[in-house]
Design a protein around this ligand. Structure first.
Ligand SMILES: Nc1nc2c(c(=O)[nH]1)N[C@H]1C(S)=C(S)[C@@H](COP(=O)(O)O)O[C@H]1N2
Ligand SMILES: [Mo]
Length: 392
């Protein structure tokens, strides 16, 4: 969206009866209610908007264009009047802050390229063992974007965090209807992650994605972007930051996004929240059940190493004989902190080949396991990726 240089004089006069002369103010028009951009995605639900790209489109480039970037929302996009928009910072701080978009635009800017992935990516693969609820993601709930904004650590420094602070809570401005009432999406990250400065900020308050203002689908006007953590920690339509000695009590941190065996939330308290994402990967081309000739074929896909600084993917391998032997793939480009890598391979197919298997290893000892135990919410499916094919 464009910045409109307009005089606020009229507005202020009308509002307060006091004429303020010659103030030029960058004013953004009210965010659109819908997606805000042409999307080329497969919609899993349209209200709320949940969608993922076709895998062949997903691996066309290392940076995922916004039109191919998955959307995961728990409620309709909130309508945010950017004139009235405020971000508040409170809790265990000496200086609580209330910031509008003009205030935020004066902070030093940081740019981070990082992969965002939903904890439920590849969820539908659990169904063969027992139906899991939630958005039925295939392997497209992932994308790699360039994000820019201000560093959470800078904001917390300004607010002066007090002793005893252990977690930083985020709260969105969406309204999610649940049985027990309407709540915003929220969550938290440990204070050490929030305060991380270094070569990549621990968390960004991002207002731009791939060089443009965030679209409404992706959290306009402001979201957190927490490199290395599951997507749920990157809260869209951010309205409030609270520093606390405890993790966030918000449903999406305290209850949901845990690895649990039973479907009743009563049984979920024992289990801790998921923060970091594990290594994962998928085969994107050929597509599932494609008819391929015996011999060498081109195979491509993505791999995401464990969400930890300085971790890179070491090896990505394919098997066309059910895991008896493994063939190497070529990682494209170089490994970048918190980012996926695309890979390609020429894989030998025999008339007996029924499927391709993918596995990967990273520099922290992370690997894609042969199996992931079923869990009730269908999170963190990162087992060997299986692609059924037909040999012509
Ligand atoms: N306010 C808010 N933030 C949110 C969500 C949401 O529903 N509301 N969904 C979360 C989840 S589960 C994911 S995976 C990411 C998805 O971000 P994207 O839609 O920009 O891809 O946003 C997270 N932040
Ligand atoms: Mo998610």
């Amino acid at each position: 969206m464009k910045h409109f240089e307009i005089s606020r004089r009229g507005l202020l006069t009308a509002a307060s009866g006091v004429a303020v002369t010659s103030i030029k103010w960058p004013v953004k028009l009210v965010a659109q209610h819908g997606g805000g951009q042409e999307k080329d995605l497969i919609f899993r639900s349209s209200n709320p908007r949940n969608a993922e790209p076709e895998l062949s489109k997903l691996v066309q480039s290392w940076i995922t264009p916004t039109k191919h970037f998955y959307i995961r929302s728990h409620a309709p996009n909130p309508k945010i009047d950017t004139e009235r928009y405020r971000l508040t910072v409170d809790g265990l701080v000496r200086q609580p802050l209330t910031l509008n978009l003009a205030d935020l635009s004066r902070w030093p800017r940081h740019e981070v390229t990082a992969t965002l992935t939903c904890a439920g990516n590849r969820r539908s693969e659990f169904n063969s063992e027992g139906k899991v609820g939630g958005v039925q993601w295939e392997a497209g709930a992932i994308g790699n974007a360039n994000w820019s904004g201000i560093s959470l650590a800078d904001v917390l420094k300004k607010a002066e965090v007090l002793a005893g602070a252990k977690h930083v809570w985020f709260e969105g401005q969406d309204e999610i209807e649940r049985k027990d009432g309407v709540i915003p999406f929220g969550g938290s990250v440990p204070i050490e992650k929030a305060m991380l400065a270094g070569k990549v900020p621990g968390a960004l308050l991002a207002d731009r994605m791939n060089g443009e203002d965030l679209t409404p689908d992706h959290g306009y006007p402001l979201r957190t972007l927490v490199p290395g953590y599951i997507g749920a920690r990157s809260v869209k339509w951010l309205g409030k930051i609270t520093v606390s000695d405890k993790p966030s009590p918000n449903h999406y941190l305290a209850t949901a996004y845990k690895i649990v065996q039973k479907t009743d939330p009563i049984d979920w308290t024992e289990s801790g929240p998921i923060y970091r994402f594990p290594i994962n990967g998928a085969i994107a081309t050929p597509r599932a059940k494609a008819l391929v000739p015996a011999g060498l074929i081109n195979v491509s896909g993505y791999v995401l190493p464990t969400g930890r600084l300085d971790v890179t993917t070491q090896r990505v391998q394919i098997s066309s004989d059910n895991g008896t032997s493994w063939q190497p793939t070529t990682l494209l480009g170089k490994g970048v902190d918190y980012c996926w890598q695309l890979w390609s391979a020429k894989v030998r197919i025999t008339p007996q080949t029924k499927k391709l298997l993918l596995r990967a290893f990273d520099s922290s000892g992370g690997f894609m396991p042969q199996r992931v135990p079923w869990n009730a919410k269908g999170y963190l499916q990162n087992s060997w990726y299986e692609l059924p094919i037909e040999v012509s």
